[in-house]
Design a protein around this ligand. Sequence first.
Ligand code: SF4
Length: 414
Amino acid sequence: NELGVVSNPFEEDLPSPKLRQWSRHFPLIRDTAKCIECMRCIQICDKVQSLSVWDLVATGGRTRVDVSGNRLIRESDCAICGQCITHCPVGALYERDDVQKVLQALEDPDTVTVVQIAPAVRAAWGEAFGLEPEQATVNRLAGALRAVGFDYVFDTSYSADLTIMEEGSEFLARLGRGELDKYPMFTSCCPGWVRFVKSQYPQLAGQLSTAKSPQQMFGAVVKNWFAEKIGVPPEKICCVSVMPCVAKKDECALPTMKNEVGIPDVDYALTTREIIRLIRSEHVQVQNVLETPFDRLLGDYTGAGVIFGATGGVMEAALRTAYYLVTGYNPRPDSFRQVRESRRADGRAWREAEFEMADSTIRVAVASGLGNARALCEAILKGEVHYHFVEIMACPGGCVGGGGQPIHCDDIER
Ligand code: SF4
């Protein structure tokens, strides 16, 4: 390449081309040279997230071997939530770095670059630059992304609104058809949860909402409607998302997230940590960046999308939309806050609430963290509880505690 590097000795150490592929393309990477075998990754995966994907023995599922070839990860069981990354004290686990690919797109004069910022990113990006909360606004981040060269900067909250309108309408339709009498409809905007339910509880996968996640809805709107509006073919647009999430890298690469000729809705999903590295690599002094609004056309949004970032936010937003669709009136601002604030009942791993709507009593539940999700799924399948609508986020506390957010190790930040 232009730096004169002719070979990578670490790559040559890999036992076979097949395994080399894993280290390059799987969203989650483990570097055994750094690993001190403290087992914190296994603890968070096993005890908190209720997944045991780090194995020393091969299993019946698809498995991948890491660089040293002695430890196996059950890829099919891994939710790619990234919680192991945020709990590794030595940086031996990290997400696949897609910064270079985005920089290449930014340098290409024939490519129009569009970036979307997820709601939870605004709560964390400024920490890495030592900004005070009032300085670390989402509009300053928009300014920083313009400074690194993005042509259009948008907020994913726009498409979170679309997701909510879809999910709210779908919920009412499925409720009316009696499809939720046995099992609830589940939210589908968290790709970690979607991977989890498909691998652990396939019998419930049909209960997932059919709505695409906000990231993917945004990409689809950009590559279709927006491309037409600005007169640029979709293949000339590079759509980048900034997410608090590692699983979003997997989601945007799914075959179902491409159009009929194979153009992906979203080209690259960067974590909050990656966007911080990208801004730093371009030497942007964020303290001096002007706060700028999002671009028009896809720049407007309600407050519903912003609350997606924390557990219960999707449920509250969906219920508000459902209420409006049923009654024709907006509910009072605090009508459904219970789903975000209520205490867990009877020592349960999830929150629950009841509301009167459409002449029926609607029972809902909210859980975050896959260990809690497993407890809830088990209770639903055993018939111990019944709900009509359930929100689940893979990361404890929701996306704001996502596996792609900045990591604090005392005074060291990665
Ligand atoms: Fe990603 Fe949020 Fe789901 Fe965590 S909770 S896996 S950050 S979408």
